[in-house]
Design a protein around this ligand. Structure first.
Ligand SMILES: O=C(O)C(=O)C[C@]1(C(=O)O)C=C[C@@H](O)C=C1
Length: 288
């Protein structure tokens, strides 16, 4: 092979004859194609609106589908662009296309601090979707309950403001937990504060990979975290109520309520009152 042949076989990016303006032509071509694809996506959403209207309309939010899409994006991503950016772009695409189907607002509990909740709401729902703050989870739940399809966001760790807000989700027609944020978890997530998304009960139910319960018990038992943990579950919250204590529990969806009840019986709590208050997709974790 001659020296000439070698240089003509080299990748184009290494060739000294390719200048910046040629690369910019490529960037413009790609930007235009991406924009055209977004326009094409909006035409498909138009058709989707018509089909959903025939099925009865209501909230356009499909949390199980969204969690699945976000998981697939994280798995297939490669290259120079940080996953944070790709995830943020798609969150804005999906949540804004949800908004154009049926406008909604996001009600956010900022009692534990505004900055991290605002970052998470903007990251996951963008700037087109109205952002409404409330001082406490109760205000968020009531706003969602009185809305026509708004979403709520409450932090999972209520911190010092802890109050058994989750009890308000127990009545069958009350709002329910439909997703856990962030969809793609990782230690250095730019908007990674663990939060639940709430909505009125949806026509197309949320994924039931993980089911969330309120458990009302008369008193704390030290064996509980171990017994719930052995079932693959977790106690996420714990606050006083009129019976004694109200726990916020996350357990695998495959677990029957009877198995969960047995864990309480084993801990010496035979009268635990369990109410299902929502569910969400399997958590997806990306290692840093
Ligand atoms: O798949 C749907 O049902 C849609 O409405 C589309 C779409 C999207 O933009 O991809 C928007 C909202 C849903 O929450 C899920 C996905």
């Amino acid at each position: 092979m001659s020296a000439d042949q070698k240089s003509s076989d080299a990748p184009v990016v290494d060739s000294p004859v390719v200048d910046l303006s040629a690369l910019r032509v490529d960037i413009d071509r790609i930007d235009q194609a991406m924009h055209e694809l977004l326009i094409e996506r909006s035409e498909i959403i138009d058709r989707l609106i018509a089909i959903k209207a025939r099925q009865g309309g209501g909230s356009a939010f499909r949390p199980s589908r969204e969690a699945d899409m976000m998981r697939r994006i994280a798995i297939r991503h490669r290259g120079l662009l940080p996953l944070d950016t790709v995830e943020g772009i798609w969150r804005i695409i999906i949540s804004t296309f949800t908004y154009v189907q049926a406008p909604y607002s996001v009600h956010v509990d900022t009692a534990g601090g505004d900055a991290m909740m605002r970052d998470s709401a903007r990251f996951h729902f963008g700037f087109t979707v109205p952002f409404i703050t409330h001082y406490g989870a109760v205000g968020v739940i009531d706003a969602v309950r009185n809305s026509q399809g708004d979403l709520g966001m409450v932090r999972i760790d209520g911190g010092a403001m802890s109050h058994p807000w989750w009890h308000r989700l127990a009545p069958p027609d009350a709002p329910k937990i439909i997703a856990r944020l962030p969809f793609v978890e990782r230690p250095d997530h730019p908007a990674g504060l663990p939060a639940f998304v709430l909505s009125l009960p949806l026509a197309e139910a949320a994924s039931r990979d993980v089911v969330i319960y309120e458990a009302s018990i008369t008193r704390w038992r030290d064996a509980l975290p171990g017994l719930i943990g052995a079932l693959g579950g977790e106690i996420l919250g714990n606050a006083g109520n009129e019976l004694g204590l109200s726990l916020l529990l996350s357990v695998p969806g495959a677990l029957g309520q009877e198995q969960l009840r047995q864990a309480f019986t084993q801990a010496g709590l035979t009268e635990a009152r369990l109410s299902e208050i929502g569910s969400h997709a399997l958590r997806h974790e990306v290692l840093a």
